[in-house]
Design a protein. Sequence first.
Length: 93
Amino acid sequence: MQLLNDNMKEVLLTLNDEKMYVETIFREIRDGEEYLYWYSVQGEGGALVENSHYEIDKKHLAFWYECIDEEAPSIDMKTEVVMIQDVVKEAMK
Protein backbone atom coordinates (compact mmCIF):
# COMPACT_ATOMS: atom_id res chain seq x y z
CA MET A 1 0.00 0.00 0.00
CA GLN A 2 2.90 2.31 0.69
CA LEU A 3 4.06 1.83 -2.90
CA LEU A 4 0.75 3.15 -4.20
CA ASN A 5 0.65 6.05 -1.74
CA ASP A 6 4.25 7.01 -2.52
CA ASN A 7 3.63 6.92 -6.28
CA MET A 8 0.12 8.35 -6.49
CA LYS A 9 0.91 10.60 -9.47
CA GLU A 10 1.89 7.54 -11.54
CA VAL A 11 -1.03 5.51 -10.18
CA LEU A 12 -3.55 8.14 -11.23
CA LEU A 13 -2.15 8.11 -14.78
CA THR A 14 -3.06 4.43 -15.13
CA LEU A 15 -6.69 4.82 -14.11
CA ASN A 16 -7.78 6.54 -17.32
CA ASP A 17 -7.04 3.49 -19.49
CA GLU A 18 -9.01 1.32 -17.07
CA LYS A 19 -11.94 3.78 -17.01
CA MET A 20 -11.48 3.60 -13.24
CA TYR A 21 -13.14 6.64 -11.72
CA VAL A 22 -12.78 5.73 -8.05
CA GLU A 23 -10.68 3.00 -6.45
CA THR A 24 -10.40 2.70 -2.71
CA ILE A 25 -8.54 0.05 -0.72
CA PHE A 26 -9.48 -0.62 2.90
CA ARG A 27 -7.34 -2.55 5.40
CA GLU A 28 -8.53 -4.55 8.38
CA ILE A 29 -6.67 -6.76 10.85
CA ARG A 30 -8.96 -9.30 12.46
CA ASP A 31 -7.82 -12.16 14.70
CA GLY A 32 -4.22 -11.50 13.66
CA GLU A 33 -5.03 -11.82 9.95
CA GLU A 34 -4.84 -8.91 7.54
CA TYR A 35 -7.61 -8.33 5.03
CA LEU A 36 -7.74 -5.86 2.15
CA TYR A 37 -11.00 -4.80 0.54
CA TRP A 38 -11.42 -2.97 -2.74
CA TYR A 39 -14.24 -0.66 -3.73
CA SER A 40 -14.26 0.80 -7.20
CA VAL A 41 -16.42 2.75 -9.61
CA GLN A 42 -15.41 1.77 -13.12
CA GLY A 43 -16.83 2.46 -16.55
CA GLU A 44 -17.45 -0.19 -19.18
CA GLY A 45 -14.83 -1.23 -21.69
CA GLY A 46 -11.76 -0.18 -19.74
CA ALA A 47 -8.41 -1.88 -20.17
CA LEU A 48 -7.58 -4.72 -17.80
CA VAL A 49 -4.90 -3.83 -15.26
CA GLU A 50 -3.27 -7.19 -16.06
CA ASN A 51 -2.57 -5.88 -19.58
CA SER A 52 -1.13 -2.56 -18.42
CA HIS A 53 2.24 -1.37 -19.73
CA TYR A 54 2.77 0.93 -16.72
CA GLU A 55 5.58 -0.11 -14.37
CA ILE A 56 3.56 0.89 -11.29
CA ASP A 57 0.77 -1.50 -12.33
CA LYS A 58 3.27 -4.32 -12.79
CA LYS A 59 4.60 -3.73 -9.26
CA HIS A 60 1.07 -3.48 -7.89
CA LEU A 61 0.10 -6.77 -9.56
CA ALA A 62 3.19 -8.52 -8.19
CA PHE A 63 2.10 -7.46 -4.69
CA TRP A 64 -1.46 -8.48 -5.48
CA TYR A 65 -0.48 -12.00 -6.56
CA GLU A 66 1.84 -12.38 -3.57
CA CYS A 67 -0.78 -11.33 -1.04
CA ILE A 68 -4.12 -12.58 -2.29
CA ASP A 69 -5.01 -15.99 -0.95
CA GLU A 70 -6.97 -17.61 -3.76
CA GLU A 71 -8.05 -20.36 -1.33
CA ALA A 72 -9.80 -17.90 0.99
CA PRO A 73 -13.49 -17.55 0.28
CA SER A 74 -14.51 -14.28 -1.29
CA ILE A 75 -17.58 -12.43 -0.19
CA ASP A 76 -19.94 -11.07 -2.83
CA MET A 77 -21.98 -8.31 -1.32
CA LYS A 78 -25.40 -7.41 -2.66
CA THR A 79 -25.77 -3.79 -3.72
CA GLU A 80 -28.69 -2.21 -1.91
CA VAL A 81 -28.34 1.49 -2.70
CA VAL A 82 -26.24 3.44 -5.21
CA MET A 83 -26.09 7.20 -4.80
CA ILE A 84 -24.32 9.05 -7.60
CA GLN A 85 -25.19 12.56 -8.66
CA ASP A 86 -26.20 13.02 -12.31
CA VAL A 87 -23.26 15.35 -12.94
CA VAL A 88 -20.89 12.55 -11.92
CA LYS A 89 -22.72 9.99 -14.07
CA GLU A 90 -22.45 12.29 -17.07
CA ALA A 91 -18.73 12.79 -16.50
CA MET A 92 -18.25 9.02 -16.47
CA LYS A 93 -19.73 8.46 -19.94
